[in-house]
Design a protein around this ligand. Structure first.
Ligand SMILES: [Zn+2]
Length: 135
């Protein structure tokens, strides 16, 4: 008879005193905890995680980003998934090209090139192209 040893990890929340004991990153995720992965890897290790938040703090963090004025916060909180029509005006204001006559053309190019990869990629393309509209 063999005994399988289960290794568990005590994970602390970055923002409060909550902790959880889990045996895998998957289990952590399933418990409603959130985190950033420092580097992409097929095998996610605990020591590659950052900004680990318990479910309560995850919700606060999400709500804060969702209502933030910062376009990057809004993108990461999924704000534009709910309000896609707000993305173009927010991008144009953020890039300070809101008065430029070619702003809508620039946005259309960024949309064509980036919408398959999401709002963040579209923003990056629009940001690069916006240099061309500046004196
Ligand atoms: Zn917490």
């Amino acid at each position: 008879m063999s005994i399988k040893k289960i290794v568990t990890f005590l994970v602390p929340c970055k923002n409060c005193s909550n902790t959880i004991t889990v045996s895998s990153v998957d289990e952590l995720k399933k418990s409603g905890w959130t985190f950033n992965q420092a580097t992409y890897s097929n095998k996610i290790e605990f020591d590659s995680l950052s900004n680990i938040l318990c479910p309560k703090c995850s919700k606060l963090d999400h709500d804060l980003k969702y209502t933030s004025e910062d376009i990057h916060d809004r993108i990461s909180a999924g704000y534009y998934d709910d309000f896609p029509e707000k993305f173009e005006p927010d991008v144009l204001i953020d890039l300070d090209i809101n008065d430029h006559p070619n702003r809508h053309k620039l946005y259309l190019i960024a949309w064509e090139m980036g919408h398959g990869s999401g709002y963040s990629e579209m923003y990056n393309i629009a940001h690069k192209l916006s240099i061309l509209l500046k004196p």
